[in-house]
Ligand binder design. Structure first.
Ligand SMILES: *[C@@H]1O[C@H](CO)[C@@H](O)[C@H](O)[C@H]1NC(C)=O
Ligand SMILES: *[C@@H]1O[C@H](CO)[C@@H](O)[C@H](O)[C@H]1NC(C)=O
Ligand SMILES: *[C@@H]1O[C@H](CO)[C@@H](O)[C@H](O)[C@H]1NC(C)=O
Length: 571
């Protein structure tokens, strides 16, 4: 799941950049919509009644200080006014999360601005708005949203030409009951941006349609739900009539069956693939020609592995950085790779061997090997530290290659700092962490307390804890209970103040061995002082200068951190 979040961010960041530049660069407006505009201000007082009374509401959850919110504010006002003139039933509303924290928590708001579409007062079925962020685009998008999600046709001829036009799979309802119809409409509303939803009730049209779909029993009296791939009428997926039709089951059916044999991953389809239970195979391409050249073969392959593997194209000129997330080199494209999302294992066609991209034969063989369990996953790891590095660094450096070995020293208390190179709080903690490691003599064979760290962005490792930010400090107590999934000990998370004394107290308190660092620290200090006395004045002076530099650096880090926090909060 962690990958999932990270990776969503990768795409989200890229997409934000793209749409910003298209909008002509940042303008510094007011995040709060013009009070004279048609934007409605919602609070916990009026929220429920407002969405109850209005069939289609685009809500913006925002904070007045957030940069993207400032850019959106004026556009949002303009869009609301324009809609108020021509489509007064479509409402735009704002919720200031700094004023109404509880309301925003209730909606699971994690970043600003977050936009949601709420229909018919159904809060729970709110969908994330992923449309444009300038006035005209918002208006157009919302008008589309207000049209019926389910398409119907007056005659078979109309339906037939509609079917012939489709280049994506679509969902077909035939001969529904009123109840089934209601379910279908609900799901269609939620998934309308991904698929076309078509309903046929007219008996004559159903009969004609039956001739088109040669082998299915759709012309019977029972309702049926089908996924139709473009131009594949002998091969429709049918919802199992023995199953209860409800929003969940129909959604799941669509999720598995309606993805194209060879699809495309982008901002609109990303969630569909990431929430699918199937592994995903990527073909990264640089030009449309590269994609076209292999599309037919990959479509066949996708058909062969239907229900086992989702195969997608990815436009590397837009989302190339995603290669890093799946442990591939973004510079060598085309590339082919399989990501087993459930256990976060990544496999890729060797990029050194195929610098010009793999041929289809190579890909086909690769997929076959994958399903025969013949491939080794690509584990991202920094190199193992050398002996020299080990003795120079009081902190035990973990990388993917030595992680298990060190964490499986079960007779020791192992205290690990998971960090990211870009994180300001991590940099600030680094010298304290070093001191801590020094106090416990962690880099020596006989240490009872191993103070370690790992760059979590550059090493693929299992963590029996859901890391939500860096640094995360986890204590694996000696002889602790084993977590079944990872085979590692169940860790205890440190959430106190990040200073030396608090960390030392935590190790005594939560470590299974109860090692008291206070004494060790005093001894270490004595030893250091004795050494310092021997040093001449010039050296002391140099040390002082260094200390000043360090302080300067720390305050620089602090500034950096502030900038970072703002970045984190925005999506
Ligand atoms: C919305 O439209 C109505 C009807 O045209 C108008 O009376 C009203 O002033 C408009 N509201 C705003 C805030 O512009
Ligand atoms: C399904 O919903 C549509 C749109 O509301 C309606 O026109 C149609 O009659 C409904 N069909 C059934 C069987 O309820
Ligand atoms: C990829 O191929 C190169 C060249 O044949 C080889 O040296 C390298 O070890 C391969 N990489 C992996 C991960 O198998």
């Amino acid at each position: 799941m962690k990958f999932w979040k990270y990776s969503t961010n990768v795409l989200a960041t890229l997409l934000a950049v793209v749409s910003l530049t298209q909008a002509g660069g940042p303008t510094d407006g007011d995040a709060v919509a013009d009070p004279n505009s048609a934007v409605v201000k919602l609070t916990s007082e009026n929220f429920a009644s407002f969405i109850e009374e209005n069939p289609l509401v685009l809500t913006e959850f925002f904070a007045p200080w957030c940069g993207y919110c400032k850019m959106l504010g004026p556009e949002f006002s303009k869009a609301a006014d324009s809609l108020n003139e021509s489509y007064p039933k479509i409402k735009l509303a704002q919720i200031d999360c700094t004023e109404d924290e509880a309301l925003c928590m209730e909606h699971g708001i994690k970043g600003y601005p977050t936009l949601k579409i709420i229909r018919d007062g159904d809060n729970k079925a709110a969908e994330d708005y992923q449309g444009p962020r300038e006035a005209e685009g918002i208006v157009e998008f919302m008008i589309k949203q207000s049209l019926p999600a389910v398409i119907t046709h007056e005659s078979f001829a109309d339906l037939n030409s509609f079917i012939d036009e489709q280049s994506k799979p679509f969902v077909l309802q035939i001969n529904p009951t009123a109840e089934g119809n209601a379910t279908f409409i609900k799901v269609a509303n939620q998934k309308r941006k991904d698929y076309n939803f078509v309903s046929v009730e007219d008996k004559k049209i159903i009969k004609e349609l039956g001739k088109k779909f040669k082998n299915s029993d759709i012309t019977g009296k029972k309702p049926s739900y089908l996924i139709v791939q473009p131009d594949q009428f002998d091969d429709v997926a049918k919802f199992d009539a023995k199953k209860t039709l409800d929003v969940e089951s129909l959604t799941e059916f669509i999720q598995v069956e309606a993805v194209p044999y060879f699809g495309e991953i982008n901002q609109n389809t990303y969630m569909t693939y990431m929430t699918s239970p199937l592994p995903i195979a990527y073909y990264f391409y640089k030009t449309p020609e590269q994609r076209d050249a292999i599309a037919e073969d990959l479509t066949k392959l996708g058909k062969k592995y239907r229900g086992k593997l989702n195969i997608v194209g990815l436009d590397a000129s837009l989302y190339g950085r995603h290669a890093e997330v799946i442990n591939m080199d973004p510079e060598i494209v085309p590339l082919f790779s399989i990501h087993h999302i459930a256990d976060n294992k990544k496999y890729g066609v060797n990029q050194t061997e195929y610098p010009e991209g793999p041929s289809f034969d190579v890909i086909e063989k690769f997929v076959e090997d994958y399903f025969e369990d013949k491939l080794k996953p690509i584990i991202k790891s920094e190199p193992l530290p050398t002996e020299e590095e080990k003795s120079a660094n009081p902190v035990v450096k973990l990388v993917a290659h030595n992680y298990d070995e060190i964490l499986k020293q079960l007779d020791k208390d192992v205290f690990v700092k998971y960090y990211a190179p870009w994180c300001g709080h991590c940099k600030k903690l680094a010298p304290i962490w070093e001191e801590l490691a020094e106090v416990f003599g962690s880099n020596k064979e006989d240490a009872n307390v191993v103070v370690a760290d790992i760059d979590h962005t550059n090493n693929d490792v299992d963590v029996p804890y859901n890391i939500e930010g860096y640094p995360t400090l986890l204590m694996y107590p000696a002889n602790g209970k084993i977590d079944k999934k990872t085979g590692l000990r169940e860790p205890i998370v440190f959430s106190g103040a990040r200073d030396l004394d608090s960390l030392i107290a935590f190790i005594k308190d939560k470590g299974a061995l109860g090692v008291d660092g206070v004494e060790l620290k005093a001894k270490l200090q004595e030893a250091k002082e004795a050494q310092e006395d021997e040093e001449d004045e010039a050296e002391a002076e140099a040390a002082k200068e260094a200390e000043e530099k360090k302080e300067e650096k720390e305050s620089a880090d602090e500034e950096e951190e502030e900038g970072e926090e703002v970045e984190h909060d925005e999506l």
